[in-house]
Write a protein that binds this ligand. Sequence first.
Ligand SMILES: NC(=O)c1ccc[n+]([C@@H]2O[C@H](COP(=O)([O-])OP(=O)(O)OC[C@H]3O[C@@H](n4cnc5c(N)ncnc54)[C@H](O)[C@@H]3O)[C@@H](O)[C@H]2O)c1
Ligand SMILES: [Zn+2]
Length: 352
Amino acid sequence: MPMEIQLEQCRYAIEIENGLLEQIGRRLDDYSGQKIGVVTDATVWSLYGDRMLSQLQGRDITLTVLPPGESTKSFRSMERIFSEWIQGGMTRKDLALAFGGGVIGDLTGFAASTYLRGIDFIQVPTTLLSQLDSSIGGKVAIDLPEGKNLVGAFHHPKAVWMDPTLLETLTDRIFRDGLAEAIKAAAIADSDLFDRIERAGNRQGIQADILNILPASLTVKKTVVEVDEKEHGPRKLLNFGHTLGHAIEAHWNYERWTHGEAVAAGMSVATRASESVGLTEAGTSKRLTDLLEQFGLPTASDVPLGELTGRMLRDKKAAAGQLDLILIQKIGNGFIHKVPFTEIEEFYQKGV
Ligand SMILES: NC(=O)c1ccc[n+]([C@@H]2O[C@H](COP(=O)([O-])OP(=O)(O)OC[C@H]3O[C@@H](n4cnc5c(N)ncnc54)[C@H](O)[C@@H]3O)[C@@H](O)[C@H]2O)c1
Ligand SMILES: [Zn+2]
């Protein structure tokens, strides 16, 4: 049974199956008669392009292969996609297909949300991060020179099709980058998933248990997205580790730390601090940091705290003189803790 996302205006299936790449042709039959604008990056295409093309045989496709990397999430890429779709004769009834990691998913989704005032799209995510996190939830965006994800929309895919065997070709660094988000999901809402990741122990163990780990992490995101699609309340829990993490990433201009590494450090610092002031059950921060370290993820920041908190307060999420920090009471229980701006640095200081 596929998982389903159910929102007021739409519902869509998330299908997870080893070998699903070889079923895409058949699955696309439900969308027959439409042109397909396939967007991918050069790395994914060099690894899986032949297999995807054989699934698209006989269909009218427009293929856009972009350079890999965050800098592809730009207006320039959007313009290129739009021109190629126009040249390919894509109409409002046609379909975009995002084949790649979070960069391709966010970019293609945003292009689809605005092309001819909006066309349908399907996500075929190929990284661990995009399979367990970014491909669901409907947030799509591009970056500006001034910052990440500053222009975007909510545009849900019609379907999300995942083939976990594609994860085998990820580098170790990109793999553990995605795993940080699974550990985050477990820490805020699913202690059984946390146990499972502990038992898996290493990348091979995770891959061997991926058909349980993926749905469990997705369920955490799905549950909060369904109750809070636009991020007013519970969806904020997904930001555990992210407030400090974003500041670390931005400090190094998104070049030195991956997102997951920065989130790992953010979760560790926040949890050590909250444990030291009695908001978190004793022993929790050790368990969390042990697990992160086991997978080679960092558990401390290399930036002076004052610089990070200064940056945080300028962040778009800072509102009304206080910051919503996400903390965990124990493994599996996240909560929102409001801290006045003036006390943020003092709070985090206890966790560095
Ligand atoms: N929309 C959301 O809710 C949401 C949530 C989290 C992150 N994001 C966004 O996701 C993006 C990061 O996603 P990502 O980590 O997937 O990055 P990515 O798309 O850049 O992929 C990382 C690298 O892995 C390569 N790759 C992809 N699939 C591969 C495969 N199967 N085998 C080998 N290499 C492969 C890519 O070419 C790329 O070099 C960021 O832009 C972030 O803002 C969005
Ligand atoms: Zn994240």
